[in-house]
Design a protein around this ligand. Structure first.
Ligand code: 5AD
Ligand code: SF4
Length: 440
């Protein structure tokens, strides 16, 4: 049977699709890239904002039209499977719903889809029943989906217990569970032996990693020690748990990339408190300053939400102000989207109008564009070591890769290959990309 997997949302979902892919191929299914040839279409979904769910619902409607022509099975995986459960079968006409902790049952679900006596929905929350219990997919080495053969994702922990008041993740992904350290190292070694040169360690909260007294700083040093040619990155960190030990570890390994994604969400203490972020603006800035002094030229990126419940004009300006103060290289920016069942949806009023949210969003996007451009202009004339990831999509005669700070650099293709490291001198830039030339 041919299975096509379509993935929405975060990198964790991409990694999870790889787990599903591995389970399916081990059981005799074939993964395919052309949806037209599929017998089964699985959609791995995201619930983080309403527009993410809307996108998938529209996609299901499109696929249902395809289903009327061909005999196909449609299955929903991921966060929407956890949140909407039976509703997806009853009101959206899908055939299978499989929650994030139930992927080991995916083959049975597909095989039994026409049997009226079998369940169509499985949402076993089995591995989240204990704190730091064994990770559900600990022993599975996922397929690297849509891979360029150079950069890979390795999931190291799942779940989140921070309960930021706006966020649905603790409800869809359950409690924090860390993977066995040895399985992670084995997977990273295997990837390196198979030509991968960069690994991003993934988790909703990588800094909460804890397995038999191995913490995240210990784990990342072990991965970095596999080979100096293997770069290591990680995502995502909660500012409250980025430790001095981790900062020192990043500084002391050349192959741990000098780039930290540290979601701030808001620059206003009042908003941070309502968001239940568990830090103040001052505490956040203390972490940033520590990073800046301990890791010179560290790339810094963030997530920002505008228009959260009760966000005044002054609160919003505090966000613009902290962006200017940190001078982020990059930011993911969002308008607040109320999610049912979260603390914020029960306790606070979603009182900023969609129009105002959009205006604020445009302002932060424009400011970030300026900050990114300034940061990129500062790099003109500098030389960076770049790991080549492949041919540039926009200009096929050029290659692209990233420097340790996670900035994309485009340069002339001089017969080099992906997976190679090359020294590039930056000659020009846009707000999104550096442009350079090979120096050695
Ligand atoms: N509305 C808008 N953005 C959200 N995020 C999480 N929940 C919401 C929400 N309800 C953003 C946060 C988080 C990122 C992954 O998504 O910025 O860091
Ligand atoms: Fe959501 Fe906060 Fe957990 Fe991130 S840390 S997944 S924003 S609850």
């Amino acid at each position: 049977m041919n299975v096509y997997i379509e993935t929405y949302g975060c990198q964790m979902n991409v990694s999870d699709s790889g787990i599903v892919g591995k389970i399916l191929t081990d059981n005799g299914f074939t993964l395919i890239n052309r949806i037209e040839e599929a017998n089964v279409i699985l959609i791995n979904t995201c619930s983080i904002r309403d527009n993410a769910e809307k996108k998938v619902k529209n996609r299901i409607t499109e696929l249902n039209a395809l289903k009327r022509k061909n005999k196909i099975v449609i299955g929903i995986l991921g966060c929407m499977a956890e949140r909407l459960k039976e509703d997806l079968i009853e009101n959206y006409g899908v055939d299978i719903v499989c929650g994030v902790d139930s992927y080991r049952k995916i083959t049975d679900l597909i095989m039994d889809v026409n049997n009226p006596n079998y369940k169509k929905v499985v949402n076993d929350y089995f591995s989240s029943s204990q704190i730091h219990s064994i990770e559900t997919y600990d022993d599975i080495t996922p397929i690297q989906m849509d891979s360029n053969g150079v950069t890979a994702f390795v999931s190291i922990m799942r779940g989140c217990e921070n309960f930021c008041s706006y966020c649905v993740v603790p409800y869809t992904r359950g409690k924090e569970r860390s993977r066995n350290r040895n399985n992670i190292i084995k997977e990273c070694e295997y990837l390196f032996e198979n030509g991968y040169r960069e690994i991003t360690l993934l988790g909703q909260n990588v800094n909460s990693y804890n397995y038999n007294d191995t913490d995240f700083a210990d784990l990342i040093s072990k991965v970095a020690a596999i080979n100096p040619l293997l770069r290591v990155r990680f995502a995502t960190s909660h500012p409250k748990d980025i430790s001095d030990k981790l900062i020192l570890t990043i500084a002391s390994y050349k192959n741990i990339c000098k780039a930290i994604h540290l979601p701030v969400q808001s620059g206003s203490n009042a908003v941070l408190k309502r968001m239940n972020r568990k830090y103040t603006r001052e505490q956040y800035m203390e972490k940033i300053n520590k990073i800046k002094t301990s890791i010179p030229n560290c790339g810094l990126s963030t997530d920002i939400i505008v228009g959260f419940c009760g966000e005044t004009q002054t609160d919003f300006e505090d966000t613009l102000c902290i962006m200017r103060e940190v001078k982020y290289d990059y930011a993911f920016m969002f308008a607040y989207s109320e999610r049912s069942d979260t603390f914020a949806s029960k306790k606070y009023i979603d009182d900023i109008s969609p129009l105002e949210k959009n205006e604020r969003l445009t302002k932060v996007i424009n400011l970030q564009r300026e900050l990114s451009l300034t940061s990129n202009k500062n790099d003109i004339g500098k030389e960076f070591e770049v790991l080549i990831e492949g041919v540039s999509k926009r200009s096929p005669d050029k290659l692209f890769g990233r420097n340790t700070q996670n900035k994309v650099i485009i340069f002339d293709n001089k017969g080099l290959n992906k997976g190679e490291y090359v020294k590039i001198k930056v000659t020009d830039c846009t707000s999104a990309t550096l442009i350079g030339e090979v120096t050695v």
